[in-house]
Design a protein around this ligand. Sequence first.
Ligand code: SAM
Length: 315
Amino acid sequence: MRDLHGRVIDYLRISLTENCNLRCIYCKPETCTETKKDPMTKEEVVAIVNAMADLGVKKVRFTGGEPLLRKDIVEIISEVSKIKGIDDIALTTNGVFLVEKAKELKKAGLMRVNISLDTLKEDKFSKLTGGDLKKVLNGIDKAKAEGLFPIKLNVVLMNSFNKEEIEDFVNITVEKNIDVRFIELMPMGSSVSWIEKEYLSSQEVVKRCPMLQMVEKDYASSPSLLYKLPEGKGRVGIINTISNKFCDSCNRVRITSSGKLKLCLHSNKEIDLLEAMRKGENLQEFLKKNIQDKPEKHHLDKKQYIDKDMYKIGG
Ligand code: SAM
């Protein structure tokens, strides 16, 4: 379907839980210790994807919180993989549970994973997330071995934290057929207070690695500008939400783990799908009517930031 600005909406990101086993300090600070019950059931998730597929959505990404904390993640992926029209099923994860889960996820129909990793140094990783870097690195290898392809590593750039590791991340692409994507830290929730000190433009990547050569994007609406080292196996992506808006080609909508439709990541507006379902609304019609009103653009440049952290929305 198209929204009122003529953009084709064919990409759905669904958060399956707000819970996360890591505590990335810019996303889910130490103080957030609550464990939320997952409000959307498997059946509700599948019903929503079914309705979205009928409206033309082709690609679904599961996220969170940490989506692999959902006990029924394999069943959800298996059910969604049977929905006509859905031809791409992806997952964004911190990678910690991939060693144990990658095989069954692949078998259920998962095609690919994005793994979040902001540092390659064990002590820094533990300081940033409270977790164990080795588990993530083993998870990456396992996902690769199971044929979850392409694997994309998502690196959030932070001025004082990982600027000096940019070259190390880029060099991963020399030996491994893994894409490394640098993402600008976005002001939202807790990270608003970090922005002034920690924001680093993704142009820094190109500046530090002049050997990178631009290559063609995967698809026109991709927010990622792609590069490659001359001898590289993998690619290097830069996603500059702040220094270069990509709202004109935005093709996505999000659904939070409590079933709220979010038409723009950077808008506080949320539309309650579960309530609409309870009231007996026709879900497809309800979605269509609301998606048409997707905001034209975000207003980060005017310092209009949302209150929620990413883990509560689904990154
Ligand atoms: N637990 C999963 C993971 O770690 O990938 C999925 C959820 S996590 C919220 C998704 C992504 O959002 C992570 O890559 C994280 O670094 C990113 N993220 C969180 N807050 C962000 C912010 N303020 N700006 C940019 N990226 C952010």
